[in-house]
Design a protein around this ligand. Structure first.
Ligand SMILES: Nc1ncnc2c1ncn2[C@@H]1O[C@H](COP(=O)(O)OP(=O)(O)OP(=O)(O)O)[C@@H](O)[C@H]1O
Ligand SMILES: [Mg+2]
Length: 245
C-alpha cells in the first residue's frame, strides 16, 4: 500500500482572485501561493497593493475567484483570521481606536477571548521596554510611537503572518530602522509593502504588482533591479512631460 504525501496547506493562496469596484478589476485576476517567511510587495501608487492586503486579511471578499488563508476563507472566518494574520495599515491613525495605550493593546486580546488581557498588556510593555507607556494617552504619542504601538498590538495577538502596508511612511530614518529591526526579529511571516527596495533586498521573494497584475515574482536580486529601472524611466518621462507642459 502506498501512502499519499500529506497535502500541505498554503499560508495564503489566491486562485483567480480579483477585486472590482465597477468597470474592470483594480486587482487581479491573481493566482499565487505565499509561503515564504519574508515576502516583499512593490508597485506604483494605485497599482492594487493595499487592495491585495485587504483581500489576504479577509477585510474584503474577492469579487471573483478564491482567497484562502491557511485553508479557510478569511472574509468569513473572522476570529480564525485574527489569530492567523495581523495587519499594520498605511496610516496608524486609521488603526488606533482607543484613547489609551493599554486599552488599544488589550482590544485585540479581548477579541481573542484572552483570559487576562490587562496582565498580558503589562507583560508586553515590559518585554518591549515600554513599561512607562502604561496608561499613556495615545494623543500624546508621536507618529512613530503610534506606529510602534500598532506593531505591539499586532505582536500581542501572536498571528502567524503579519502584513505591513508601507510601515515606514512618515517615520524618520532612526525610527524607521528601529521599527524594521524589531519586525525583522519577529518569528512571524512578514509580507511587506514598501516603496524602498533597500528594505526588501534580503527578503526571500518579491512581487511586483502593476495595474492590478503580477508583473514579476521572484528573488529580490531579480525583481528589484528591473522594478527600480522602470521606476527611474517613468520618473524621467514624467519630468520631461512637466517641463514641456
Ligand atoms: N473603495 C474604493 N472604491 C473605488 N476604487 C477604489 C477603492 N479603493 C481603492 N480603489 C482603487 O483601486 C486601485 C488600487 O488601490 P490601492 O489602494 O490598492 O493601491 P496601492 O497600490 O495600495 O496604492 P498606494 O501606493 O498609493 O498606497 C486604485 O486605482 C484605487 O483608486
Ligand atoms: Mg496602498
Amino acid at each position: 500500500m502506498t501512502l499519499s504525501a500529506p497535502t500541505s496547506i498554503a499560508a495564503i493562496s489566491l486562485t483567480g482572485a480579483s477585486v472590482s469596484y465597477g468597470a474592470g478589476p483594480v486587482l487581479g485576476p491573481l493566482t499565487l501561493e505565499m509561503n515564504e517567511q519574508r515576502i516583499g510587495i512593490v508597485g506604483r501608487n494605485g497599482s492594487g497593493k493595499s487592495t491585495l492586503v485587504a483581500l489576504m486579511a479577509g477585510l474584503m471578499s474577492a469579487t471573483e475567484g478564491q482567497v484562502l488563508l491557511e485553508g479557510f476563507d478569511p472574509a468569513r472566518e473572522r476570529k480564525q483570521a485574527l489569530r492567523a494574520i495581523g495587519v499594520l495599515f498605511q496610516n496608524p491613525d486609521r488603526q488606533i481606536i482607543f484613547p489609551t495605550v493599554d486599552e488599544e493593546l488589550a482590544f485585540g486580546l479581548k477579541q481573542l477571548d484572552h483570559n487576562d488581557p490587562a496582565g498580558a498588556v503589562q507583560a508586553l510593555l515590559m518585554r518591549e521596554g515600554r513599561a512607562d507607556w502604561a496608561g499613556r494617552s495615545v494623543a500624546a504619542l508621536s507618529q512613530g510611537q503610534r506606529q510602534y504601538l500598532c506593531v505591539m498590538a499586532i505582536l500581542a495577538m501572536e498571528p502567524r503572518t503579519i502584513l505591513l502596508d508601507e510601515p515606514l511612511s512618515g517615520l524618520d530614518l532612526p525610527t524607521a530602522a528601529r521599527l524594521m529591526a524589531r519586525l525583522d526579529r519577529a518569528p512571524q511571516r512578514l509580507i511587506t509593502i514598501s516603496h524602498d527596495p533597500k528594505i526588501l533586498s534580503d527578503y526571500d521573494r518579491v512581487l511586483w504588482i502593476d495595474q492590478g497584475l503580477c508583473r514579476a515574482d521572484g528573488p529580490p536580486a531579480q525583481v528589484l533591479p528591473a522594478y527600480e529601472r522602470t521606476m527611474a524611466q517613468l520618473a524621467m518621462q514624467d519630468a520631461d512631460t512637466d517641463l514641456s507642459a
